[in-house]
Structure formats: structure tokens, C-alpha cells
Design a protein around this ligand. Structure first.
Ligand code: OGA
Ligand code: NI
Length: 377
């Protein structure tokens, strides 16, 4: 640690400077150079430690549910709709993650999203470096999360940029210029994902017993100011995958995340002390609930602790859209939820901008960062 700050409370943290503490090495380059041994900076586990904590492959009935939006929309009948809504509500309470099918986003568009996103990583390094990111906004091409010097690193490179709110972003300045269709494809996909999330937020509001369906959306800034970021995670083949992680354990800081995966699985979630791999389903999008929804719901909904693994045979790509509050919005437990449940507020209030500085300085820390918001009574 570079400061005497508590790693968990982050008290006294300043926004990070413009530079990463060490020179960035891109994982893709390392992988392509044919390294046979994992460089020490990426070693997370000792040999034989089997990814540190037990991993349990669960049968389908013990996995987070698959939510059919066709049923949710009432197209199969009212009984089916009711059953599906119950399943969704309990997924938010028990898992903090579910998959959605019949989500209304055409498979051809999803294929295009994957294609244009993947093509960025095929550009010559010289071209990619024009987009190199920094710890202030994270926008652009990079490969670390958190700015502490000497941290062990994750086996991935990524590309990140905002897609919303338009009032807060630099237009599409930091978006890749190649391939040519990138902007149209990603704008269209982004809007469709936001639409899906707004529909889900309205269902969540009802499920939490809130009087107005738009309460959660409004608490995050409303349709105009709701934020969204776009991140492509690229996990090259890893020479010793059992010693590394693609992404260290974390909860997502925003409100919710929609993850689009390619054919290669790697996402795992932690439940009851074990890691459970989530199979990659090509017809499904994975929805992860994140910190701000746990906070707004005063802990009724769970922000899911997750990580991703890597493998030696196949590279993997995942695409995350992070839905988050407008940066200056103060977020704390909703009064209506607190009153209804009879429990006092469990989390302190903070704007998303303040919370973001925390996370960007500290990196991925399992549930510790969210726990730092819990009010000790
Ligand atoms: C993320 C994330 C998981 C994955 O981008 O925050 O958790 O499987 N991704 O890539
Ligand atoms: Ni995540």
C-alpha cells in the first residue's frame, strides 16, 4: 500500500493520478509471445491449491434460474407470468444473478456485437495503444483494475468506454474507430440493453413492494441520466490457468450488469462458501445484480460475488454493460423499503462518483468494498 489508508474504508483516498504505478504489460502480447510459465505477477494461487477455494459444478436445478421474458411479458398466460416473477424475485434475493432468454435482442445483433468487439483486439498494438487508458476514467484499452503498486494482476486485457448518460460523456470520442460498424452496432446494442434493464428495474420495484414502478429507475437518475459503461474483457490462452484468474473476485459497483458471453465458459459465482461455474448459454444474457441495488433494497437483493477463470486451450471474450447511477446521485437504502421491512438502514449513503474512486483505487476485493458501506450498529 502506498498510503497509510485502511484498504477497506479507503478513508483519505485521493483520486488516482493520470498514470498507472507500473508499466502496463498487455496479456495478449505475453500470451502471443508463447510464454510457457505464468509470470510471477499473475500468480494468484500456489500449485495444487486448486483455485484457492472449492469449486463445485452444480446440476442445472442448483444453478441460478433462467428467466423467460416471454413468460414475464404475459405471453404464455397469467399463471406462467406469476410463477416466473416469483422465480425472478427469489433469484434477486438468493443469488443476485440470473440468466434471461427471449430478451428481445436479435441473435444476429449479438453476433455482430461480439464480432466488432473482438476485432479491436486484432488491431496492431500501435493502433490499440492510441486508446491506452489511465486510472482516472478507465476509458480505453487497459488491463488492470486498481492502482496499488505491486498488486498481483489478472489475466485479461479490456476495452472500456461509457455509453450513457450522454450528458456526462465525451460523445463517442474514446470509442474505437475500427471496425467501421463499431459505433452503430454498439450504440444499438447499448440502447437495447438499457431498455431491458429499465424493464427489469420496474419489475424489481414491484417485487420489492414499492408503490411506484419507476422508483428504482428514478433513484438511479431516471431514463435521461441513467449511466452505462461498456467493457470487453479479453482473456487470452493462459499457460498455467490453475494458478491465475481472469478477473479476481468482486462485486460490480453499479446497479446491475448484463453480460454477454462467447462459447467459452469462465464466469463463477460464490455462494455458501463455494465457487459455482455458470455455463455459457448462447441464447441467454446473464444479469448480475450489483452494489447499488443491494444498497437501495437495504440488503434484500444481493450483489453477487463473482470472478472469472481462464484456460490454456481457448481464449475467451465476455462483454459487460454496467448500468450505474448518475454520478452525483446520493444512493442509500430507500426509505420506503426501510419502513416496510421494519429494519433500520444497513448501508451508509454515498454518491456513485465517490464510491467509484474507492473501487478504482483499491481494485477488486471480493465483497470487502461493499461491506465497508455497512453501518455498524
Ligand atoms: C466484469 C465481470 C465476468 C466475465 O466484467 O465485471 O465480472 O466472465 N466479467 O468476464
Ligand atoms: Ni464483474
Amino acid at each position: 500500500m502506498a498510503t497509510a489508508t485502511s484498504p477497506i474504508t479507503g478513508a483519505g483516498l485521493k483520486p488516482a493520478g493520470m498514470k498507472w504505478p507500473e508499466q502496463i504489460k498487455y496479456v495478449q502480447e505475453l500470451a502471443e509471445s508463447g510464454v510457457k510459465l505464468l509470470p510471477p505477477q499473475y500468480i494468484k494461487f500456489e500449485q495444487g491449491q486448486a483455485l484457492h477455494e472449492p469449486t463445485v459444478v452444480a446440476p442445472p436445478q442448483k444453478l441460478p434460474p433462467v428467466i423467460d421474458m416471454f413468460d414475464i411479458n404475459g405471453a404464455s398466460g397469467t399463471a406462467e407470468k406469476k410463477a416466473m416473477l416469483e422465480m425472478l424475485g427469489s433469484a434477486c434475493r438468493q443469488w443476485g444473478i440470473f440468466q434471461v432468454v427471449n430478451h428481445g435482442i436479435p441473435p444476429a445483433l449479438l453476433d455482430e456485437v461480439k464480432r466488432v468487439s473482438r476485432e479491436f483486439f486484432d488491431l496492431p498494438m500501435e493502433e490499440k495503444l492510441k486508446y491506452a487508458n489511465n486510472p482516472v476514467t478507465y476509458e480505453g484499452y487497459g488491463n488492470r483494475t486498481g492502482v496499488q503498486e505491486g498488486s498481483t494482476l489478472d489475466w485479461n486485457d479490456y476495452f472500456y468506454h461509457f455509453i450513457r448518460p450522454f450528458s456526462a460523456i465525451n460523445g463517442q470520442k474514446s470509442w474505437p474507430h475500427q471496425p467501421e460498424e463499431y459505433r452503430t452496432v454498439i450504440s444499438e446494442y447499448g440502447e437495447k440493453v438499457v431498455e431491458l434493464c429499465e424493464a427489469l428495474l420496474s419489475i424489481f420495484s414491484e417485487d420489492l413492494g414499492l408503490e411506484k414502478k419507476d422508483t428504482l429507475l428514478e433513484s438511479l437518475g431516471g431514463d435521461e441520466e441513467l449511466g452505462a459503461g461498456y467493457r470487453v474483457n479479453f482473456y487470452p490462452k493462459c499457460p498455467q490457468p490453475e494458478l491465475a484468474l481472469g478477473l479476481s473476485p468482486h462485486t460490480d459497483p453499479g446497479a446491475m450488469t448484463v453480460l454477454l458471453q462467447d462459447q467459452v465458459s469462465g464466469l463463477q459465482l460464490k455462494k455458501d462458501g463455494v465457487w459455482i461455474p455458470i455455463p455459457s448459454r448462447q441464447d441467454a444474457l446473464t444479469v448480475l445484480l450489483a452494489d447499488q441495488l443491494e444498497i437501495l433494497s437495504n440488503g434484500i437483493y444481493k450483489s453477487v460475488n463473482h470472478r472469472s477463470t481462464v484456460n490454456s486451450k481457448k481464449e475467451r471474450m465476455s462483454i459487460a454493460i454496467f448500468i450505474h447511477p448518475e454520478g452525483n446521485k446520493m444512493i442509500g437504502p430507500l426509505e420506503e423499503v426501510v419502513k416496510k421491512s421494519g429494519r433500520s438502514p444497513l448501508y451508509n449513503e454515498m454518491t456513485f462518483n465517490e464510491y467509484r474512486i474507492f473501487i478504482r483505487t483499491l481494485g477488486l476485493k471480493g465483497q470487502a468494498i461493499l461491506s465497508s458501506r455497512v453501518i455498524n450498529t
